[in-house]
Design a protein around this ligand. Structure first.
Ligand code: SF4
Ligand code: SF4
Length: 430
């Protein structure tokens, strides 16, 4: 894949412009067709088919079908690996309906690395998708998301383009994106610096939820960190990896390794991105990548450890429900830290969402690619939030935030959806 600044390494780099352009098209076409890899025998062999994961799997809970369960999906992957079945449309369907929420991985007594299995199985089915689907995936995941300027252009054109967007996309994407006023490259702490933290601004997060990034920077600086926002950083690659575009995910990971080299800690405020960056060591398999992954912290983990500085927290009289994003709860085992931070705000009552460990249905691009399943999970989540009696729901993942906000709008419920750091920031600024 060609990223900005990598032009010298692409096919035909020394050729005249026209030949280079054709070379790029051929290179893109090759990426668009070729499978990256498949689940390994060793990973598949770890599943002993005990079925303990089944009651925790949202798609199994919705359908009761073995083929929609982790055990059924792993059996299908094994059948393909053994040559009993091909990676055909039925296999692709089983894999596509998986939310990659990793609830099964979290409860599996055999420690089956399900997240890795599903990413590779999806890479395996990429070549059998129709040309239109492959083209759209390539355009979105390999071309637009990794390039901030193209993403900026997409966001700038959004007010005009909304009318042609499918309704299921239109209801999710916030109307306003922030196009100007970039985040500061460096923010000095109020007192003596305890270290340097670099923020992953994120692609979707920074385009549609930049206020969350601003609040994160203010809180980290108040907590004594020198905060960098490396300009060279790119999308973390989580969406590409979850959708079988592993070559793109690796190219982005290499780029981010260089961009974040100067930081003691890499702070992430989007659960899906944080979970992916913690797995970059495994994705690239190098000692540098493992060292990078060891530096990655969710911002709620970091603030829970170091506190919010000397500022006294003002009272925020309300009732908040914390939403457990699957990639925080399941993939990173983050549950208590954000709740403890919210409980520290005077006047704020923290309540639980009934059945809160069930995926909201956002699941990367699942809410766009599998709208029916996603709509059912969204409805259940929104109803559970309303039942909790909360006036605010705190969600630490942009995909979940969009999904929950859409679900609450569909119910006509007036519940504010914010990131936990926005509430903390509010309490430190009142
Ligand atoms: S994935 Fe784990 S919990 Fe699920 S059937 Fe296999 S071994 Fe059992
Ligand atoms: S990742 Fe989630 S949806 Fe997929 S099999 Fe596991 S529990 Fe089920």
């Amino acid at each position: 894949m060609l990223l900005e600044g990598d032009e010298g390494r692409t096919l035909g780099a020394e050729m005249p412009d026209g030949v280079r352009f054709v070379g790029r098209l051929l290179e893109a076409e090759a990426r668009w067709r070729v499978p990256d890899e498949a689940p390994t025998e060793a990973d598949l062999a770890m599943c002993v088919a005990c079925g303990l994961c089944l009651p925790h799997c949202p798609t199994y809970r919705l359908t009761g079908e073995e083929s929609a369960s982790p055990r059924g999906r792993i059996a299908a992957m094994r059948a393909v690996a053994d040559g009993i079945a091909g990676p055909d449309e039925t296999f692709a369907r089983f894999m596509d309906l998986c939310l990659a929420c990793r609830a099964c991985e979290d409860v599996c007594p055999s420690h089956v690395p399900y997240g890795r299995l599903i990413e590779r199985a999806r890479a395996q089915v990429e070549p059998i998708r129709g040309r239109r689907a492959r083209f759209l995936r390539w355009l979105g995941l390999d071309v637009v998301l990794p390039r901030p300027k193209l993403l900026w252009l997409a966001a700038a054109l959004q007010p005009l383009g909304r009318v042609v967007l499918p309704r299921r996309v239109r209801t999710l994407v916030p109307r306003r994106s922030e196009l100007f006023r970039r985040l500061p490259a460096v923010t000095e702490p109020s007192g003596e610096a305890r270290g340097t933290v670099a923020l992953l601004a994120g692609c979707v997060q920074d385009r549609w939820f930049r206020e969350v990034n601003r609040a994160t920077i203010r809180l980290l600086a108040r907590a004594g960190w020198r905060v960098l926002v490396p300009r060279e950083q790119r999308c973390c690659g989580a969406l590409a990896a979850h959708n079988g575009r592993l070559a793109t995910a690796r190219a982005l990971a290499e780029r981010n390794l260089r961009a974040f080299a100067a930081a003691d800690v890499v702070a992430v405020n989007a659960a899906g991105c944080g979970a992916h960056l913690k797995d970059v060591g495994e994705l690239l398999g190098t000692s540098e990548a493992h060292a990078f992954s060891a530096k990655v912290r969710d911002v709620t983990e970091l603030l829970h450890e170091v506190g919010t500085g000397d500022v006294e927290l003002a009272s925020v009289t309300s009732r908040v429900a914390y939403h457990d994003a699957c990639h925080a709860l399941r993939a990173q085992h983050i549950a208590e830290q954000p709740r403890a931070l919210l409980r520290a705000i005077p006047g704020l009552e923290v309540v639980e969402v009934p059945g809160g460990d069930l995926c909201c249905g956002a699941a990367g691009l699942s809410n766009v690619l599998e709208p029916e399943q996603s709509a059912e999970l969204r409805r259940r989540k929104a109803e559970a939030i309303v039942a909790s009696g909360a006036a605010i729901v705190a969600s630490a993942n942009p995909g979940c935030t969009m999904q929950i906000a859409a679900g609450l709008r569909e119910l006509g419920a007036e519940v504010e959806v914010v990131h936990p750091v926005e509430l903390l920031d509010r309490a430190t600024r009142m």
